[in-house]
Design a binder for this molecule. Sequence first.
Ligand code: GDP
Ligand code: MG
Length: 176
Amino acid sequence: SESGNTYYRVVLIGEHGVGKSTLASIFAEVPDSLDSEMLSENTYERTLMVDGESATLILLDMWENKSQDNWMYDHCMQVGDAYLIVYSITDRASFEKASELRIQLRRARQTEDIPIILVGNKSDLVRCREVSISEGRACAVVFDCKFIETSAAVQHNVKELFEGIVRQVRLRRDSK
Ligand code: GDP
Ligand code: MG
C-alpha cells in the first residue's frame, strides 16, 4: 500500500439551504486549529485518522457559486474525487433535486465509479420531516451510493459522514 498521506477532493452539492456550508464549517472546526486550514472562502482542508491511516480531505463548498456560471458547474462536476449530495429531510423538493444531481453526476463522469454519499441533513427537525429515512435509503440503493442522515445543528453523524467518505474512496482505490 502507499506510504504517506493521501489527498481527496470532496465536493458538496445540493439545493440552497440544505446545510452544506454548516456541514463544511463543522468539518473545518477542530480542537487543534493547526489541523484545520481554510484555504479560501469555500475550501477547507483537514487531515483525519480513519482506520489507523491518515487522509487529508479538501472539502469544496462552491456549488452555490455556480448560478449562471457554466464553468463553475462543470468544474464542480469534474473536480471531485468524491461527492456529498445533500438534501434536507424537511424539504422534499431538495430530496428530488438530489436525485437529479445524482443523474447529472453520472452523466458528467460516465466511465468512473465515483464515491457518493447521499446526505439527509437536519435530522434534528423531527417534527418538520418530509422525507422518511427509508425513502432516503431506498433512493441511495437505486442510485448505487451510500446514505447517511446527519444533523449539522446538533453535530450528529457529521464525523461519521467524513470518515465514511474516506472509506468509500479507499474501497475503490484498494480494488484497483
Ligand atoms: P447551504 O445553502 O446548503 O450552504 O445551507 P446552510 O449551511 O447555509 O444552512 C441553511 C440554514 O439551515 C441555516 O440557517 C443553518 O443554520 C440551517 N441548518 C443547517 N444544518 C442544519 C441542521 O442540521 N439542523 C437545523 N435545524 N438547521 C440546520
Ligand atoms: Mg452555502
